[in-house]
Design a binder for this molecule. Structure first.
Ligand code: Z5A
Length: 209
């Protein structure tokens, strides 16, 4: 089977980190060679950009500057890690990707979606995930879960209304191209969430006979 590109998306405290561990175990059980990575980040340079983006600071961060930093990190990540891995037959499992940009910088910050699409086309040159697991959760419940983790970064300090817009942004993306997404009800007990994730993985990537 051709190497696949899987992304995991959702708002705060939705359980991406927890469920990525579950997906890794599923990939191992299939003896699939893969790398697990994340955005922003995934390479030393892109991780430095991540740090710039997430760090709490006095200076107000301009939304367009934020968007360009996200795509600068993404260009480095795609061209030095993701695309070379896929070309070598290695699957890529990525914690967030461009759907997060449409949700956070587009819907959340209110930036022009046409500008995001322009950058997406230029930077990705046709690369898109084969499957995006979108974990959906009530914002208050997600924030409650996330609050257990301690100190909040620059994004986590946003208001509930910001995350509501982000959630709507994700839903809009799913509605525009439903065949790429598996929508997972992440408010359920973890075991139920993982049953749904496993079903989606088996539907998208059935065993070859
Ligand atoms: N960002 C952006 O603006 N634009 C972009 O293009 C990209 C990103 C790519 C960093 O992302 C920030 O970057 C992000 C958007 C921005 N903003 N924020 N915030 P991140 O993915 O690194 O950060 P995060 O969203 O905070 O994710 P996280 O730290 O990985 O958390 P999580 O994956 O959502 O949750 P978790 O750590 O797996 O779970 C949270 C807690 O809930 C934990 O205690 C779990 O044990 C518990 N949990 C999980 N599932 C369950 C269930 N089912 N029941 C009960 N408890 C559960």
């Amino acid at each position: 089977m051709k190497a696949k590109f899987i992304t995991v998306e959702g708002t705060e405290g939705v359980g991406k980190t927890t469920n990525i561990e579950f997906i890794k175990t599923w990939l191992q059980s299939r003896e699939i060679e893969f790398i697990a990575t994340r955005e922003p980040g995934g390479t030393p340079l892109a991780e430095e950009v991540r740090d710039c983006l997430l760090r709490n600071r006095e200076e107000l961060v301009d939304s367009t500057a934020e968007l360009l930093l996200v795509f600068a990190a993404r260009a480095q990540h795609i061209n030095t890690l993701i695309r070379p891995a896929l070309e070598r037959g290695i699957w890529v499992l990525c914690d967030r990707f461009t759907d997060a940009t449409f949700a956070y910088q587009g819907a959340g910050r209110g930036l022009d979606k046409n500008l995001i699409t322009l950058l997406e086309n230029e930077v990705q040159k046709g690369l898109h995930p084969d499957l995006t697991l979108y974990l959906d959760i009530d914002i208050e419940l997600g924030l409650e879960r996330a609050s257990l983790r301690g100190e909040f970064d620059r994004f986590e300090k946003e208001q509930v209304s910001f995350f509501e817009k982000v959630r709507e942004g994700y839903k809009e993306r799913v509605a525009q191209n439903p065949s790429r997404y598996a929508v997972i009800e992440a408010g359920q007990a973890l075991q139920e969430v993982q049953i749904d994730i496993k079903q989606a993985l088996e539907k998208w990537f059935p065993l070859e006979k």
